[in-house]
Design a protein around this ligand. Structure first.
Ligand code: NAI
Ligand SMILES: O=C(O)C(=O)[C@H](O)COP(=O)(O)O
Length: 349
């Protein structure tokens, strides 16, 4: 079996070389029809667009994306072409929750938002949104949930409309998949009309996909103070992002909310497991993230400890200083560990 693997997928080399007869590593954006032509399987990230243009006439039968989102896969074309694909549901959801946790603490410390008196609206309450709700609960926030597909299945009792969130929330955070069409379309879910409906000048947080928020509408909302600030990890047209927006946001990071070593290891393991299942291969491998260099954290408060474990200001400063390095900052990212890898000493909370 021949497999083409994105060369920025960590912790994969030893295992995939046990599983496949031939492995070719390439940058995700450089997968071409001639590269994939005689491959049986691809293991990709968000940077490889798997569509007719790439796959037609190839031998590819199986694609695993080591990510939660799969908007870079033309699922309709894959269905027509008999190509099986898989993503890694939930793999890095705890990492995104960690990003939100530290970002919310920073909103309190640097922007004077009293979290215990604030209402957060979570739009999309799946793997990530549910974990963000737990974080918000721990921080004492009032929580409103918006999730149309879940509301249709489970009933209205636990959910609120987008209009209610717009009216009542001080923080609005997006955790929906990118759907370009259909009943649950999320493309430009936050557009000019949405921003005009906001009543509390909320902080907007987007770690879902850039295209969920219309960039010009967001910029205008910031400039006209319909919103008080923004924390943006995902952008329209990555890596050619809007530099005016980057300058104006409180935190602007290069799509790394999901970049914990724990999340990447989960993604790699889930992709390999799926590949082995599909090709009916028995293989013995373990994908374990490396221990942190300093696993003990000494901090007076839990908030300090969380910021010692992960402080998004470092990622934001790096991008604001060198926006032209968007892809490099991602590609060379020093994968962080999640809280479970640390022992926290001496805190008083
Ligand atoms: N910035 C980053 O590094 C990362 C970004 N992501 C993005 O976050 C998205 C969400 O991730 P998960 O929570 O794991 O996905 P998930 O599939 O577990 O949850 C998504 C939720 O959104 C809901 N939803 C769908 N359409 C909606 C609509 N129109 N309005 C309201 N809710 C809607 C779904 O019912 C579901 O509960 C991913 O699809 C991906 O695009 C995920 C991981 C890392
Ligand atoms: O899992 C997702 O969905 C994400 O957005 C990833 O965290 C992005 O990672 P890359 O695949 O672009 O490395």
């Amino acid at each position: 079996m021949k497999v083409i693997v994105d060369n920025k997928i960590p912790f994969i080399k030893e295992a995939i070389e046990k599983i496949a007869d031939e492995v070719v590593y390439a940058p995700g954006k450089d997968f071409t029809p001639s590269l994939v032509k005689d491959a049986d399987a691809l293991i990709i990230r968000t940077r490889t667009h798997c569509n007719r243009g790439l796959l037609e006439g190839s031998k590819v039968k199986f694609i695993a994306t080591a990510t939660i989102g799969f908007d870079h896969i033309d699922t309709e074309y894959c269905r027509e072409a008999g190509i099986t694909w898989t993503n890694a549901p939930g793999c890095n959801s705890a990492s995104v929750a960690q990003y939100l946790h530290s970002s919310l603490i920073l909103l309190q410390e640097s922007k004077g938002i009293n979290l215990s008196e604030a209402t957060i609206g979570i739009i999309g309450v799946g793997n990530v949104g549910s974990k963000v709700a737990k974080v918000a609960q721990e921080l004492g926030m009032r929580i409103l949930l918006n999730d149309l597909p879940r509301e249709d299945k489970e009933g209205k009792q636990n959910f609120s409309s987008l209009q209610t969130l717009a009216k009542e929330c001080n923080v609005l955070t997006f955790h929906v998949p990118l759907y370009k069409e259909g009943k649950y379309r999320t493309y430009h879910l936050a557009d000019t009309a949405f921003f005009q409906s906001l009543k509390q000048k909320p902080v907007i947080i987007n770690t879902s996909r850039g295209e969920v928020i219309e960039t010009d509408a967001l910029l205008n909302a910031l400039e006209t103070k319909l919103i008080s600030d923004a924390i943006i990890d995902v952008w329209e047209n990555e890596p050619a992002i809007n530099l005016t927006l980057l300058k104006k946001v409180f935190l602007g990071t290069p799509h790394i909310a999901g970049y914990s070593a724990d999340g990447k290891a989960n993604a790699t393991r889930m992709s390999l497991d799926a590949l082995c299942r599909y090709f009916n291969i028995q293989a013995d491998y373990q994908i374990i993230p490396p221990a942190p260099s300093q696993p003990q954290i000494t901090a007076e408060t839990l908030s300090d400890a969380y910021l010692q474990i992960y402080d998004p200001r470092q990622d934001s400063n790096a991008l604001k200083t060198h926006p032209e390095l968007f892809e490099k900052l991602r590609g060379d990212y020093p994968l962080r560990r999640e809280k479970k890898a640390y022992t926290i000493l001496n805190h008083s909370e």
